[in-house]
Design a protein around this ligand. Structure first.
Ligand code: DLL
Length: 437
């Protein structure tokens, strides 16, 4: 069953545009009537809902921001009465208040539908057993993947995150065929499976991973360690949760479900819409949500789009893997550095001497930024009676590779295996001590 809903997923572009336009007009009317923040911004721009006649007018609409969710905490941006809201989720954020989002029954159904499209596409059926190891709770990961898998008719194991040995035992005993979690946790699971020597006891076929940026090299490493095919899923709480965009089996980027979400790439500095193919900030408008619609929501995710035809037959636009968030970007001695660039370099170091477990530590000493990268050595590297000179040589070689990619030098420390804390959810790669003062 490659399609959950072929008519929608393969809808001809012109028809899709018509549907989007109709839905956008309705969403704008509804938000203007029910969401004070949106109405104020429209009034400031002298815009009335009637000025929005279709998707060609999208660029006229005001942007919305994460800050709005904090300013209107908890329910101030909801567009329906609380009696119609059947679920809330929230995302923690490192600073300030949490952000809260809500769903009507219809919203939950639409969400499950988006995630189920992915399960169907990659070949998951009602015969599969899906272990959901994303956290359940206010985070959208667990419930999102759960609902999608149930919609396909698969058997769901609602594991949630954490307790790695129990995760692996369950995977083996319950014969899970699909695993869903963050890519960094999948790496950790792979590491443990290897250590325990139980790879041949697994029944896994597919992995669905997302909630944080991950590279193609990381995909390969996970596929090898768990003996699976690994797929990418993207989403964010403000727009819905996982399933805003998903890979198909051709893995040429992720299809954004355009019957529900309009997507733009803008220049994060000027707000100007960028032409197809250019890298910039992802902006989403939901056109089929009731409780918590978003208009031109600025995600801070850095990405590019392509409209080329996909071999799978789906007509929905493709977003490339996000390379990071503009607010993840570190500025070190004036140079822009994304953690994903460092990851890419580390994964390319040959010879199995290091693992992709790393942590970046940035500080400011005597008014100058310091930049250190701690990288774990692999157990097998240490087994070979390595002397300090070899380690130093290796550190120097990684420093050089980082310098040529980033254009800035980092002090690389090779550290003992398993000495960097593992995360069961999103990995914490950066310690920026400059922010603590
Ligand atoms: O992470 C929703 C999710 C759960 C997506 C499970 C996929 C799987 P938030 O906690 O609100 O929601 O975080 C959203 O995570 O703006 C991106 O920066 C990042 N992100 C999510 N998926 C991907 C991905 C969930 N596939 C933020 N690749 C987003 C890169 C991702 N970054």
């Amino acid at each position: 069953m490659p399609f959950l809903n072929e008519k929608i997923e393969c809808m001809p572009k012109e028809q899709l545009k018509k549907l989007q336009s109709e839905r956008l007009v309705k969403t704008v009317e509804n938000c203007y009537k029910n969401v004070e923040c949106f109405r104020k911004r429209m009034d400031e721009k002298n815009l009335k809902p009637e000025d929005i006649k279709g998707i060609e007018d999208l660029h006229k609409l005001p942007f919305s921001y994460k800050k709005d969710l904090r300013d209107y905490y908890p329910y101030g941006l909801f567009a329906v009465n609380m009696k119609d809201v059947v679920r809330v989720h929230a995302s923690s954020g490192t600073t300030g208040k949490r952000i809260v989002v809500g769903y009507t029954e219809k919203d939950l159904d639409m969400w499950a539908d988006c995630v189920a499209r992915m399960f169907a596409e990659i070949g998951v059926t009602d015969k599969d057993i899906v272990q959901v190891s994303f956290g359940y709770g206010l985070f959208t990961g667990g419930f999102g993947l759960h609902a999608g898998a149930e919609k396909i008719g698969a058997t769901v194991i609602p594991m949630s995150s954490g307790n790695t040995s129990l995760q692996i035992q369950t995977m083996i005993d319950f014969k899970a065929t699909v695993i869903c979690c963050t890519p960094s946790y999948a790496m950790y699971l792979g590491e443990e499976v290897e250590r325990l020597g139980v790879k041949d006891q697994l029944s896994l076929k597919y992995g669905i991973f997302g909630a944080e940026p991950w590279t193609e090299d990381m995909r390969k490493a996970i596929e090898n360690s768990l003996n699976i095919k690994a797929y990418d899923i993207y989403g964010l709480s403000e727009v819905m949760g996982p399933g805003v965009a998903c890979e198909c089996k051709y893995q040429n980027g992720m299809h954004v479900w355009e019957d529900n979400f309009l997507v733009e790439i803008i220049d994060p500095e000027t707000g100007e819409v960028l032409p197809e193919g250019e890298k910039g900030e992802l902006v989403f408008t939901s056109v089929n949500k009731e409780a918590f619609p978003v208009i031109r929501y600025r995600t801070r995710d850095i990405c590019s789009l392509k409209t080329e035809k996909c071999k799978c037959g789906r007509t929905h636009i493709i977003m490339n893997k996000p390379t990071g968030r503009s607010d993840d970007m570190l500025i070190i001695r004036g140079v822009n550095v994304f953690p994903s660039q460092i990851e890419e370099v580390l994964l390319k170091v040959s010879g199995n001497s290091i693992t992709p477990n790393y942590q970046i530590v940035v500080d400011r000493v005597n008014n100058t930024d310091t930049f250190e990268v701690n990288v774990e050595m692999s157990e097998s590297f240490l087994e070979d009676d390595i002397d300090i000179k070899t380690i130093e040589k290796m550190e120097k070689s990684i420093t050089e590779k980082l310098r040529s990619t980033l254009g800035i030098g980092a002090k690389v420390h090779l550290v003992n295996p398993k000495s960097i804390e593992r995360s069961t959810g999103k990995a914490k790669r950066v310690i920026d001590k400059r922010k603590l003062v």
